[in-house]
Ligand binder design. Structure first.
Ligand SMILES: Nc1nc2c(ncn2[C@@H]2O[C@H](COP(=O)(O)OP(=O)(O)OP(=O)(O)O)[C@@H](O)[C@H]2O)c(=O)[nH]1
Ligand SMILES: [Mg+2]
Ligand SMILES: [Zn+2]
Length: 353
């Protein structure tokens, strides 16, 4: 494997290469090749950054933006370079792919921090935020909520929005930024950007993800465009792209996503709604569905006004979606848990009578 010179090593370290990766590579039984990180995926070829950036065919290897790959020239002299191996993904931000079958669509891999962008030039969409948060927790990366376009609100309003987002965000921190005034941008990068660390930006179209990327990088690396009169974004960014902030970290810009179907385990929901999960431990039935069950601590909290019915409804809705995806996916362990849950519920109800 080639990472022989100090310069090569510097380039790889800027991309997030570390000792654990080197150890993984040493274990791989692949022929001589070069390692690099996928910065962009197109039809049949991907762009691989490293000591020698190049376009590489990926063949049947499923590659995603953010992957570490080993690439080598084809066997014939004129053959293009090909991906030979994809290293283990430490994290992967995925959603349900559109289509009949329940399949995973990997959006970005080896992400350390997911920045969930929501713009303040419109109403805060808490339900959308909860959905992004659920997927972000499932990705294995640290979610951070970034409220963009803070210049569109007064200081008081911004504080109020940060408060509302914080209530919805569980353990994820919330920051407000503006690329117009620069407010919050240095705070964001000081807190989260580090050499070798990958920050991915996700969120609705027009939220200002690419503008923030450009602001941090200090150049027009990504194209940006105004929001339509109805407040909707124009889907300006059309592909995912990984960009290096030299010596400071890595940014991964993504296009605004239209459908954001849940994918992954139930853990994402548990971490997005820790308050409800905690309340649920006090329900009479361990497998309470928090609907009309007697002794339900969750519905009691809603009645008492200490929990919003909107939040409960959102939790239940996402929970149902999670189960239906698991069923379509043929996730037998989840289906099994669900069957046991209902068995237990009917039995408990009978005992409760
Ligand atoms: N007022 C204000 N406008 C901003 C700010 N950041 C971005 N914008 C504007 O919001 C619009 C959309 O920004 P983009 O960066 O293209 O949004 P995006 O999230 O990348 O959108 P997609 O690529 O479509 O997903 C542009 O007109 C930006 O100039 C900000 O901090 N304040
Ligand atoms: Mg964009
Ligand atoms: Zn309950």
């Amino acid at each position: 494997m080639t990472a022989n010179s100090q310069d090569d090593f510097t380039v790889l370290a800027d991309l997030g290469w570390d000792a654990a990766r080197a150890a993984e590579l040493a274990e791989l039984a692949v022929p001589q090749g070069e390692m690099g990180r996928v910065s962009r995926v197109d039809r049949a070829v991907c762009t691989v950054l490293g000591p020698h950036p190049r376009r590489v065919r990926y063949g049947s290897h499923g590659v995603a933006t953010g992957d570490w790959v080993v690439a080598a020239p084809g066997t014939l002299t004129a053959d293009p370079w090909q991906v030979r191996s994809v290293l283990t993904r430490r994290s992967s931000f995925s959603r349900l792919a559109s289509g009949e079958r329940a399949q995973e669509q990997v959006v970005a891999t080896n992400v350390d921090v997911v920045l969930l962008a929501q713009a303040l030039d419109r109403e805060l969409n808490i339900h959308s935020l909860e959905r992004y948060l659920t997927l972000a927790w499932n990705s294995g990366a640290q979610p951070v909520v970034v409220l963009t376009k803070a210049d569109c609100r007064s200081r008081e309003e911004t504080t109020e929005f940060v408060g509302r987002a914080t209530e919805a965000a569980g353990a994820a921190p919330v920051l407000a930024v503006s690329t117009v005034t620069g407010a919050g941008v240095t705070e964001l990068t000081d807190l989260w950007l580090r050499r070798g660390r990958t920050l991915a930006l996700v969120g609705p179209s027009g939220a200002g993800k690419s503008t923030l990327v450009n602001k941090i990088i200090g150049s027009e690396a990504m194209a940006t465009a105004g929001v339509r009169a109805d407040g909707k974004g124009r889907h300006t960014t059309t592909h995912r792209e990984l960009l290096i902030v030299p010596g400071r970290g890595i940014l991964l810009d993504t296009p605004g996503m239209r459908g954001l179907g849940l994918w992954g385990s139930a853990e994402g929901l548990e971490r997005t709604f820790p308050d409800l999960e905690l309340l649920a431990t006090a329900c009479r039935f361990r497998d309470c569905a928090h609907d009309r069950e007697p002794g339900c601590a969750v519905t009691a909290a809603v009645r008492a006004g200490s929990m919003s019915s909107d939040r409960l409804e959102s939790w239940r809705k996402l929970g149902r979606e999670q189960l239906s995806v698991a069923a379509r996916q043929g996730d037998l362990s989840l289906q099994h848990q669900e069957r046991e849950r209902w068995k237990g519920l009917t039995k408990n109800n009978r005992q409760g009578r």
